[in-house]
Design a binder for this molecule. Structure first.
Ligand code: NAI
Length: 261
């Protein structure tokens, strides 16, 4: 049985992953704003440092895996674009930087990062914002999104998920990750019925946009099913999975870019 860190453990897909891991007999250290083993705010540098250190302390310096599910959706709001950049991007990469030695110590550790199918289905996400996030320069990323006005949080969301996917693919194959026996992969869900999506559906204009989005099999995904994919990506079956972004999205990614190779 292993020890796993799960961010965003209090709700939605993170909570569903925790339930599955615990049912399988694993030890889970959950990180969230509330109702978690480690209560921390991943939108601040201090919160990220505290979360990283508290998890390492509880794990005794060895982690068999980590799931980075904490995230914010593209809702409107003055500070929302910054929060999205900090939680969805820095809340992944800074924690994984800190946890990498503990993951390496487990020898066959697996990491699953939550990306999104917005990475390939959302048009016009400025590359400059993605590049700035990869440089960990949030003010620069926000500067390049300012021209989008009220829509800035949507593009911050798209940029945060593209950046996190690129980071995963870039790092996964390096001596520090693959070479240290750590499998680093991402999952890219489509619209999954969780509190995050329910919040978006509560706004009529947003609900209309979401329901008009092409999903070939129709409807929304289920958090428990997504959690089953994540647990599979944490299992021995994923020993040969490295730097992959697994789309579980009812066919939207295929619908938009069947010819893209
Ligand atoms: P959710 O809203 O149910 O759960 C997200 C969790 O992250 C919450 O418990 C929340 O408290 C936590 N969180 C947010 N800000 C935080 C902060 N500053 N510090 C610590 N924890 C914080 O969302 P859901 O749907 O389960 O999302 C999980 C991941 O999947 C997110 O990264 C999201 O972007 C991604 N995703 C979700 C999709 C969906 O349709 N639900 C689609 C594609 C990706």
């Amino acid at each position: 049985m292993g020890t796993y860190a799960v961010t965003g453990s209090a709700s939605g897909m993170g909570a569903a992953v925790v339930a599955r891991l615990v049912a399988d007999g694993h030890t889970v250290i959950g990180v969230d704003l509330k109702d978690a083993d480690v209560v921390a705010d991943l939108s601040t540098p201090d919160g990220r440092r505290t979360a990283a250190a508290a998890v390492l302390d509880r794990a005794g310096g060895v982690l068999d895996g980590a799931v980075l599910a904490a995230g914010l959706g593209p809702a409107p709001g003055r500070d929302r674009a910054r929060l999205i950049a900090e939680v969805n991007y820095l809340g992944v990469v800074e924690l994984l930087d800190a946890w990498r030695p503990a993951l390496a110590a487990a020898q066959r550790a697996k990491v699953v990062v939550f990306s999104s199918n917005s990475t390939t289905t959302m048009p016009m996400v400025p590359r400059r914002a993605v590049r700035a996030l990869l440089e960990r320069d949030v003010p620069k990323a926000l500067g390049s999104l300012r021209r989008f006005g009220r829509m800035a949080p949507s593009f911050a969301y798209g940029a945060s998920k593209i950046a996190v996917s690129q980071w995963v693919r870039r790092e996964a194959v390096t001596p520090e990750w693959a070479g240290a026996g750590i499998r680093l992969n991402a999952i890219a869900p489509g619209a999954i019925l969780t509190p995050l999506l329910e919040q978006q559906l509560a706004t009529p204009a947003e609900a209309k946009r979401i329901r008009a989005f092409p999903v070939p099999i129709g409807g929304f995904g289920d958090a428990g099913q997504l959690a089953a994919w994540v647990v599979f990506m944490l299992s021995d079956a994923a020993d040969f999975l490295c730097g992959s972004v697994v789309f579980v999205d009812g066919g939207s990614d295929a619908w938009f870019r069947a010819g893209d190779w």
